[in-house]
Design a protein around this ligand. Structure first.
Ligand SMILES: Nc1ncnc2c1ncn2[C@@H]1O[C@H](COP(=O)(O)OP(=O)(O)OP(=O)(O)O)[C@@H](O)[C@H]1O
Length: 304
């Protein structure tokens, strides 16, 4: 199974949102990273067949998706950034409605909805109106509707936004299991999600794919450029010029532990540390403010 994006571009009047992108997606989880306005949503909407490319074509197993029409919808699941629903829908009635749109029989629909309510821990709120749910729960309903037809290709635009840490972990596990023999493309503004989930990544900048590869391959690009050192808190400003700070953590006695990016050590006695995907992201997008302060292992929300 293969989804080939061949040289596609999308212009909105004279704005180039996606510029001659080529990418071949194979089974597994693909992370799509990029700054605000990089063109991720436009690319995903073209792959989902919702908007037409200005030029270029997308092929599913060698056939243009425009030729597959309804058949493509059967193999496809899509969670948009904002998913729409009628305010009167309860969780269950909404899933039943989407299941009927996707052509599931009554028996299939009942079985699948029960399974997804359970897996996405929505059983308790199945009779509640979606409009009354928290942001995280609404997101889970969105994920459930995208999975209803057991799609071969699943496109999720920022699926983890609004999920709390526990929900995020459950979602990652669900997806890793699901992606076994399917293509899953995820855009997220939480770099650590992609780092854990994605088998491959594509990094997008100003309408172009600038890097692709596994997380291990990509982080090699910043090998030897990530450092850790400890300085007095009041000296941070004097070091900021020669390096890009990834993370600051307060230590005892007014000291601060600094994780930073630089071609060589800037702080005396710095240690070279293994790179992570968020380091590469900061390296490629130095204007993004991804800095995580106070504490290790927290989420780094990059606003992209
Ligand atoms: N319908 C539209 N009309 C005009 N310009 C658009 C339209 N949709 C997107 N754009 C522009 O195209 C560019 C790419 O937008 P897109 O939403 O695809 O990026 P993105 O990477 O998904 O960003 P974000 O993470 O902020 O959603 C942006 O400059 C955006 O302003």
């Amino acid at each position: 199974m293969e989804l080939e994006i061949r040289n596609i571009s999308k212009y909105y009047k004279d704005k180039k949102a996606v510029d001659q992108v080529s990418l071949t997606l194979t089974p597994g989880v693909w992370g799509l990273l990029g700054a605000n306005g990089a063109g991720k949503t436009s690319l995903m909407r073209m792959i989902a067949g919702i908007v037409q490319p200005t030029s270029g074509e997308i092929f599913y197993d060698g056939l243009p998706i425009t030729m597959l029409k309804g058949k493509y919808r059967e193999i496809f699941g899509y969670l948009p950034q904002e998913f729409g629903f009628y305010p009167e829908f309860t969780v269950k009635s909404y899933l039943e409605y989407v299941a009927s749109l996707k052509g599931l029989s009554r028996v299939e629909s009942k079985k699948k909805i029960a399974e997804l309510l359970e897996r996405l821990t929505l059983s308790e709120v199945k009779n509640k109106k979606i409009v009354k749910l928290s942001g995280g729960m609404k997101r889970r309903v969105g994920i459930a509707q995208a999975l209803l037809n057991d799609p071969k290709v699943l496109i999720l635009d920022e699926p983890t936004s609004g999920l709390d840490p526990g929900e995020r972990i459950r979602f990652r596990n669900l997806l890793s299991e699901f992606a076994n023999d399917r293509i899953v493309l995820i855009s997220t503004h939480i770099v650590s999600d992609v780092e854990y989930m994605a088998t491959q990544n594509a990094i997008m900048k100003e309408g172009h794919i600038i890097e692709t590869g596994s997380t291990e391959e990509l982080i090699c690009l910043v090998e030897g450029k990530v450092w850790s050192g400890v300085i007095p808190a009041q000296e941070i400003a004097s070091y900021e010029k020669g390096m890009r700070i990834v993370n600051l953590r307060n230590e005892d006695y007014g000291m601060v532990s600094v994780r930073y990016l630089a071609d060589g050590p800037q702080i005396p006695d710095s240690k070279s540390v293994p790179p992570k995907l968020e380091d590469l992201y900061l390296w490629l997008f130095p204007q993004e403010d991804c800095m995580e302060r106070n504490g290790e292992g927290g989420e780094v929300e990059c606003g992209f």
